[in-house]
Design a protein around this ligand. Structure first.
Ligand code: TPP
Length: 677
């Protein structure tokens, strides 16, 4: 089949699937969300067919089905996806047009997001991985990443984060903007001044700009070929393809906000009649189009029958794939290529030697793992030449090079989205977020990363370890640098959370995280980084600690105290006054948390106090107390108690700070009250 035959075939198929859905399957209630790609087909199909390098990858959005079809998705899969059937890309877990696809005939399609604008930074991560891997693996040389998006998405922060990274580093990324002049009902004039993102980027450095009539076969083909060639040879390019949106945003959108003239103009720009004329102009027989149309109608009808015959996914399977469960993904992380160093057996720590700082424990573990694992990359703001604002990466760039330990632009969304793309390309990203509060701009990427394995029914995964200094500082507090907020991440699906309180546990938990399979937050408490309570002898280069195993740090028979992070030290100090009466458990990891240890101890002691630095309402203590209330109801001899920072930010003034943090005195008083109860 010639290229233009193929283009026609995919465009016609996409149009027919939209017709089937809008005329039959959606009104019948079989497809719940219908996003027509009418008008966008030609540009997308031409793009997909030009991505012929085995390591090319694309991030797509909900209107990208023509691109998917031209990249190897079958019609039956496409319809089954809309009908939420088994055998579709997400096995019924995600909206039918939120796609992902391991490579078939064209680009590999990275897991899409329902968040507009979230598709850009993972594409940049893939592009950076291309550069990294191409140094030693020739099969990555010449590959590119492509991100597809609408005009509305160019107003989203992810677009700018990605554009900045791609152009600053001259990465092989194509920003493919399908400008249909609307984001639902909002005209592009409200997304970018004058409505033309390409014109507005004229002064942007290191960026080739191209514009195409995405409904004109010759122009679109020419500009797409130029764009792809430029990205392969030189670096970033943004191609703005003007396309009509022939239908509403979704099936239920009647486009009442467009004038009748606008709607008529859109129809007049339909790329399909122009494609037909183009084929005739190229000398293909005129009747070929109608013949293809008929053939495709039959094919789509058969696909609909097959999709409807596909079984419903087993509801019991909804619980699978949030975390790694032993089944390696097809794409992402180190398992598909068998490159993950095995986890050492959980040997007891070597207890001899000088005590080292928490910070040195982290640095040394990173150094050991960087040496052992060539896929591991460390990055973040100031982590390169400076060695991090806390010093955790000091000297690592000098030792391992700027490809492996590098500074990033000041964009947490960029850091996290890039990490997702790097992980999908088979690297192990270890980003640092400078302070817990400054992860806020990355939240969209964090939540999407957490559900990525689940959303793709285990086909994709993005394991990574995100290091974040948290909590108040040894000199003072403040609302920006002193946040812990582990409860927010405990509620963020698909993430594990480690929260060690001394150097030995930091080594063991960080190593386990770095040899693991899931996105993991690793919290480093600021008040422990270089202070005596955080110091321990270095436990050894092979030391690893399992997640979900609490440590018993004080033993007693009358009260169980559960804590984590820096508050453990406060609990220990308070418990010293009640020797033999108070058990103190250090959870060490929040997700998973060691419910069993807590339950066993509360059954034994009959009383529980949970203490943490995170704020009170919705704090993780509530979760523990709810579990204990259920599991230990008949064993309880006192009300279940918790101590936390009240629902306030941490103040800058030191006495004021100390007044809100759970103090040793307050913990001691609460212990006393419970013991006396
Ligand atoms: C972060 C986010 N905000 C809002 C939405 C709701 N939403 C879905 S599509 C859309 C418009 C996007 O328009 P555009 O990027 O131009 O793409 P088009 O639909 O026109 O192809 C909006 C606002 C969303 N999905 N994600």
């Amino acid at each position: 089949m010639t290229l233009w035959h193929l283009v026609a075939r995919h465009c016609l198929l996409s149009r027919e699937l939209d017709r089937l859905e809008t005329e039959q399957l959606t009104p019948q209630g079989k497809v719940k969300y219908q996003f027509s790609a009418g008008g966008h087909e030609l540009a997308q199909v031409l793009l997909a067919l030009s991505l012929d390098h085995p390591r090319d990858a694309a991030t797509v959005y909900y209107r990208s089905r023509p691109f998917m079809l031209a990249s190897g998705l079958t019609a039956a899969e496409a319809l089954a996806a809309g009908m939420a059937r088994a055998g579709s890309p997400s096995e019924g877990r995600d909206v039918g047009v939120v796609f992902s696809m391991p490579r078939r005939s064209g680009a590999l399609v990275l897991p899409a997001s329902g968040d507009v604008g979230a598709q850009y930074t993972p594409a940049v991560g893939w592009a950076q991985a291309i550069r990294y891997r191409a140094r030693t693996e020739p099969d990555w040389q010449g590959a590119i990443a492509v991100a597809l998006g609408g005009d509305g998405s160019t107003a989203a922060s992810g677009f700018w984060a990605a554009l900045n990274i791609a152009t600053t580093l001259r990465l092989p990324v194509l920003f493919f903007i399908e400008d249909n002049n609307y984001g639902i009902s909002v005209p592009s004039l409200l997304q970018t001044p004058g409505g033309n993102i390409a014109a507005n980027l004229a002064a942007f450095g290191n960026l080739r700009l191209l514009e195409a009539d995405g409904a004109d076969p010759a122009d679109a083909a020419d500009k797409i070929a130029q764009a792809v060639a430029h990205v392969r040879a030189e670096g970033p390019c943004l191609l703005r393809a003007r396309v009509p949106r022939l239908a509403g945003h979704t099936f239920i959108d009647d486009q009442a906000y467009k004038t009748p003239q606008e709607r008529a103009d859109d129809q007049a720009r339909d790329p399909l009649p122009r494609l037909r004329a183009h084929l005739v102009h190229l000398g293909l027989p005129a009747e070929l189009w109608e013949k293809s149309e008929q053939k495709i109608q039959v094919e789509a009808g058969e696909a609909a029958t097959a999709a409807e015959a596909a079984p419903e996914p087993d509801p019991a399977h909804a619980g699978r794939f949030l975390f790694f469960d032993g089944a390696p993904p097809l794409v992402g992380g180190l398992r598909p290529e068998d490159a993950l160093p095995p986890l050492p057996t959980h040997s007891p720590p070597e207890a001899n030697g000088p005590r080292i700082n928490f910070l040195d424990a982290v640095r040394r573990t990173l150094e050991t793992e960087l040496t052992l694992n060539p896929r591991l990359v460390v990055f973040g703001e100031d982590v390169g030449a400076k060695g991090g604002v806390h010093g955790a990466t000091l000297g690592l760039q000098r030792k391992f090079g700027a490809d492996r330990v590098f500074d990033t632009s000041l964009s947490e969304e960029g850091i996290m989205g890039r990490a997702v793309g790097l992980a999908l390309a088979g690297l192990l990203p270890v980003p640092e977020i400078q302070f817990r509060k400054y992860a806020d701009p990355a939240h969209e990427q964090i939540t999407d990363a957490g559900t990525l394995r689940w959303r793709t029914a285990g086909k994709f995964a993005c394991p990574m370890v995100v290091r974040i200094p948290v909590g108040y500082g040894k000199k003072t507090g403040d609302p920006w640098h002193s946040v812990t907020a582990e409860a927010v991440y405990a509620h963020t699906l698909g993430w594990r959370i480690a929260f060690p309180n001394h150097a030995a546990d930091a080594v063991g938990l960080l190593r386990t995280a770095l040899r693991g399979d899931d996105p993991t937050f690793f919290f480093e408490h600021r008040a422990l980084l270089d202070t005596p309570p955080g110091r321990r002898p270095y436990p050894g280069d092979d030391y690893a600690l399992p997640f979900g195993q609490a440590a018993t740090v004080a033993e007693g028979d009358e009260l169980t105290v559960v804590s984590w992070g820096e508050t453990v030290h406060r609990c220990l100090e308070a418990a010293a006054d009640f020797a033999g009466r108070v058990t103190v458990l250090d959870l060490r990891t929040i997700i998973p948390w060691d419910a069993e240890a807590v339950i066993v101890n509360v059954r034994r002691t009959g009383k529980l106090l949970v203490a943490h630095e995170d704020t009170f309402t919705g704090g993780f203590a509530g979760e523990i107390i709810a579990t204990v209330a259920r599991e230990c109801f008949t064993d309880l001899d006192a009300p279940l108690e918790r101590l936390a920072t009240p629902d306030l930010p941490i103040p800058y003034n030191v006495p004021m700070r100390d007044a809100v943090l759970p103090s040793v005195a307050a913990i001691r008083a609460r212990m006393q009250a419970l013991l006396d109860y």
